[in-house]
Design a protein around this ligand. Structure first.
Ligand SMILES: [Zn+2]
Length: 76
């Protein structure tokens, strides 16, 4: 009888631990999830100075630009 009680307590403790871990992970602000995106590095446009996410920035050699228009304008 004591062994069954011990197993039940162990199961409850394990369940609480799993739920607590899941709750902790859900609280992490920078965790990439299905709806949230990972934190992205911002780069500055060399023409107008606007900051854009790295994935949206246009690169031309060492320079970064926010749009093709600014890349072309800076090139001239
Ligand atoms: Zn720009």
């Amino acid at each position: 009888m004591n062994l069954i009680r011990l197993l039940v307590i162990a199961a409850v403790v394990w369940l609480a631990y799993v739920l607590f871990k899941r709750w902790l992970e859900g609280k992490k602000p920078q965790r990439p999830g299905p709806d949230g995106r990972p934190q992205e590095r911002m780069v500055k446009c060399d023409h107008c100075g606007v900051h854009v996410p790295e994935s949206q920035a246009l690169r031309s050699g060492d320079q970064t630009y926010c749009s093709p228009e600014h890349r072309d304008a800076h090139r001239r």
